[in-house]
Write a protein that binds this ligand. Structure first.
Ligand SMILES: Cc1ncc(COP(=O)(O)O)c(C=O)c1O
Length: 333
């Protein structure tokens, strides 16, 4: 990418393998998984591809402190803390929650990775952003060079690489299924697909916003990528009015239930199925709903039996240990 530095945090590519038993259950035996949930640093997850660019930018600005903000079980904070440890940065984690009585899940890992943790109570994200701004100016005043992990467009660059990996590892794939929250992950994917002349059909399962809103978010990030990609994309004529056809990428909001982080009966069932048929753990916020989306796409014929399909697991399982209450009554019948 033009002028954007990258550091290396991992050994890429992440593996792809077949989901034999889950594929059989859902009615497509040609179902594969891209394991972005397992990697070398900090128990893995999609943030590592983004952090390679964020920390690359931080290093090129000679940053002395990395500032990251997130809720109690934030995967972003956990992986930032781990990536900072690995690359020699000091990490300040600002949490919009009370100091927990007992550190569990991601929160416990942040401590182990040596992040300085600041708890600002149960405030809104807007209030948290103000606190972060204030912290950045305090750090600057005392001579530090803070870098805040918040540029979503730079984060998207990381996910272009994921699609190019899949193209090398499994070029006969037809469908790709991926999560959509803030669209950082999905926009990188969609952009790379456009560079490959829309070879794959991409299905983005929204877990946070309604379809129209997520499409707008994706469009903004795609425009940034078009301006900053290393590849010559001058042939791309961007037309915001028809994102889905133009990028052969489709967005679904049928699987998010009542919203971000709120489980549905189906998403809990998918967690149980993936654990008990494949030995793979899904988090309840992102991947449980994305994998439920895959089931829905096969059930209603969008993906047909035999069509090679690859779903990206974006990680997040450590949060299970911070949300034990969700799993206590998991029905095993
Ligand atoms: C495990 C996991 N998967 C998916 C996402 C969503 O990624 P994006 O915001 O890029 O859509 C997140 C974001 O926090 C995450 O932690």
């Amino acid at each position: 990418m033009k002028n954007i530095k990258r550091i290396n945090l991992e050994i890429w590519p992440t593996p792809i393998h077949k989901l034999s038993r889950f594929g059989q259950l859902i009615g497509n035996e040609n179902t594969y998984i891209k394991r972005d949930d397992i990697s070398l640093t900090g128990l893995g997850g999609n943030k590592l591809r983004k952090l390679e660019y964020w920390l690359g930018e931080a290093r090129s600005r000679e940053a002395t402190k990395i500032v990251v903000a997130g809720g109690e079980q934030s995967n972003l904070v956990r992986l930032t803390a781990a990536a900072c440890a690995k690359s020699g940065f000091d990490c300040i984690a600002i949490h919009n929650c009370k100091r927990p009585a007992r550190f569990q899940g991601n929160m416990l890992l942040n401590k182990l990775f040596g992040a300085e943790q600041i708890f600002i109570g149960d405030v809104t994200e807007g209030e948290r952003d103000l606190f972060v701004k204030d912290k950045i100016s305090q750090l600057t005043k005392i001579g530090e060079v803070p870098y805040c992990i918040n540029n979503e467009e730079i984060g998207s660059l990381g996910y272009t690489n994921c699609l190019y990996e899949i193209d090398n590892q499994s070029p006969d794939t037809k469908h790709l299924v991926i999560v959509g929250a803030m669209g950082i992950t999905a926009s990188g994917f969609i952009f790379a697909n456009r560079v490959l002349k829309n070879k794959y059909t991409i299905h983005v399962i929204s877990v946070e916003y309604e379809k129209e809103k997520l499409i707008k978010i994706l469009a903004k990030k795609l425009l940034f990528l078009e301006g900053n990609a290393l590849e010559d994309v001058s042939w791309l004529k961007f037309d915001k009015s028809d994102l889905e056809k133009q990028y052969n990428s489709y967005v679904y909001d049928d699987y998010m239930g009542k919203g971000w982080g709120i489980t549905t009966e189906e998403s809990l069932q998918t967690i149980r199925e993936m654990a008990q048929l494949e030995g793979i753990l899904l988090d309840h916020v992102y991947n449980a709903k994305t994998f439920t989306g895959l089931k829905g796409l096969v059930a209603n014929g969008v993906i047909k039996n035999g069509e090679k399909t690859c779903i990206v697991h974006t990680g997040g399982a450590p949060a299970i240990f911070g949300h034990a209450e969700i799993y206590q009554d998991l029905d095993n019948s």
